[in-house]
Design a protein around this ligand. Structure first.
Ligand SMILES: Cc1cc2nc3c(=O)[nH]c(=O)nc-3n(C[C@H](O)[C@H](O)[C@H](O)COP(=O)(O)OP(=O)(O)OC[C@H]3O[C@@H](n4cnc5c(N)ncnc54)[C@H](O)[C@@H]3O)c2cc1C
Length: 461
């Protein structure tokens, strides 16, 4: 480990000054906990902050922000640590780590939840599902509620209940001045507009208030799996079916190699497959007839759509996205799938070097379109799908560059079907132009207007 600090290093005497106001843990490069604490989900990220401030609460966040401001330090903020580009960790500056701030309160009568910024979706769902409630959240349990919500927030429930950020009622946000303010539709409304889809550019959110909705705990959900050689037929039939499907039906298509899951026949493990993931956000009795056509888009290799708990379904993709592998991705918004787009996708989807790389496509529409384009900073309401091309390879697997090349080849091939822009939460190593595109052309003007609220933004994407 290189512990040589640069000219922007943080002096021990300064750290001691912060410690007086700080209750959590302050971790500098010489500390044994340093490497473990700066590590995030993507093993490709290897940045070295000058200091990590692991906050135990709002007072610590306040102290850290004021400390950074006084010394003009670069700041990064860590929620769940899932951002693929690694924007939770900076080199040399101050990493403000919120991952231990996990307070949560559910009000079952008002159907709301107050949730601190260090919570992960699995932890959030655990609390809300105890009352048979849920809000739109990510599809992997160890993704942070903070980053995902600030960027927009796709999940199984979005067609019924809107994006995660559409369900926000208010936030507590620390401005760059180190002041804590509340933002909602009626207080600091510009700031509230910006944080719903604009990412972590406007300050540090310490707590989120979400609207909740009745759900489950038992729902009808799971994947139907078809062989890759039926992909064209299956995806055309899928496209035709979802065109009129009710908003309760959330679906995700994955083009990948079959994992060694116990519910999949052993002889298809490692084979190229198309999985149609299904989640019905309503009573099981209503779900069966709605989901039925998805069982016969072709001849399925396996069918695991069954009554299950919402929490179990939320964990379904966890084994395919563990901490500590190398990850790289690029994405597009696309419109209704044309036959050409389907063929283009199928042509490249399984040409990966790593059997863990995959392409995932979320179905948007439904309640995502209930708000106007400029209602929040989120820029993708008009798209039919968000498609993410994901290179994933365990650190022990040789290579990596082949899968990065595959991502670029597939992404370029699909570019002509893009509806423009890119989902902020699926940004990878893009340049400034694509970062701007994350806000959509119209919303960009509003973004700059809102950004004036901050005198000095914290780390950006
Ligand atoms: C395995 C996996 C599954 C995913 N599934 C989904 C999905 O289902 N739906 C979806 O929409 N996206 C999904 N994503 C993308 C995800 O939304 C982004 O990676 C998001 O940035 C993760 O948020 P985080 O808090 O975990 O990450 P972090 O890396 O901690 O944070 C992400 C960004 O937000 C900023 N930030 C974090 N917390 C705060 C805060 N409190 N205040 C201000 N800024 C903050 C950080 O500085 C950073 O720039 C997934 C990502 C992965 C890796």
């Amino acid at each position: 480990m290189d512990t040589t600090l640069t000219s922007r290093s943080i002096e021990r005497v300064d750290i001691e000054a912060l410690r007086v106001h700080f209750q959590g843990q302050l971790i500098s490069p010489h500390d044994p906990a340093y490497d473990e604490t700066r590590r995030i989900w993507n093993a490709m990220i290897n940045r070295q902050p000058g200091l990590i401030a692991v906050c135990s609460g709002v007072a610590d966040v306040m102290a850290a922000v004021r400390f950074a401001r006084k010394r003009d330090l670069l700041v990064s903020v860590r929620g769940g640590g899932h951002n693929v580009a690694g924007s939770a960790v900076c080199d040399e500056g101050l990493m403000i780590d919120l991952s231990r701030m996990k307070g949560m309160h559910v009000d079952p009568d008002r159907r709301t939840a107050h949730a601190e910024a260090g919570l992960l979706w699995g932890e959030f769902d655990h609390e809300t599902q105890a009352f048979g409630l849920a809000t739109t959240g990510g599809i992997v349990t160890h993704t942070g509620i903070a980053g995902l919500t600030l960027g927009g927030g796709f999940g199984w429930l979005m067609r019924k209940h809107g994006l995660s950020s559409d369900n926000l009622l208010s936030v507590d946000i620390m401005t760059a001045d180190g002041e804590l303010v509340r933002a909602s539709e009626t207080r600091n409304a510009d700031l509230f507009w910006g944080i719903r889809g604009g990412g972590g550019n406007f300050g540090i959110i310490t707590s989120f208030e979400f609207a909740l909705h009745p759900l489950g705990p038992e729902i009808l959900a799971g994947p139907v799996v078809y062989p890759a050689d039926q992909a064209e037929t299956v995806m055309r039939a899928y496209r035709d079916y979802i065109a009129t499907a009710p908003n309760e039906l959330g679906t995700i298509v994955i083009l990948h190699h079959a994992p060694a899951a116990s519910w999949l026949p052993e002889d298809i493990h490692g084979q190229p497959i198309v999985s149609i993931g299904v989640c019905y956000a309503g009573p099981i009795a209503d779900a069966e007839s709605v989901v039925r056509p998805l069982h016969s888009l072709g001849d399925p290799l396996a069918d695991n759509v069954r009554p299950t708990t919402y929490k179990a379904n939320q964990a379904m993709f966890d084994p395919g996205a563990p901490h500590g592998w190398n990850y790289y991705w690029k994405s597009h918004y696309i419109g209704v799938l044309s036959d050409d787009a389907i063929r283009t996708m199928i042509d490249k989807a399984w040409q990966t070097h790593s059997p863990k790389s995959y392409t995932i496509m979320f179905h948007l529409g439904g309640a995502v379109r209930h708000l106007n384009d400029d209602a929040t900073a989120f820029g993708g309401r008009g798209a039919e799908h968000a498609i993410n091309i994901d290179a994933a390879w365990p650190t022990e697997l040789e290579g990596g560059s082949e899968d990065i090349e595959w991502v670029h080849a597939m992404w370029s091939a699909l570019a002509s079907y893009s509806t423009g822009g890119v989902y902020m939460n699926f940004l990878g190593d893009e340049g400034q132009e694509r970062v701007k595109a994350a806000y959509g052309r119209r919303n960009m003007n509003n973004w700059w207007r809102s950004r004036i609220v901050m005198t000095r933004p914290t780390s950006s994407v």
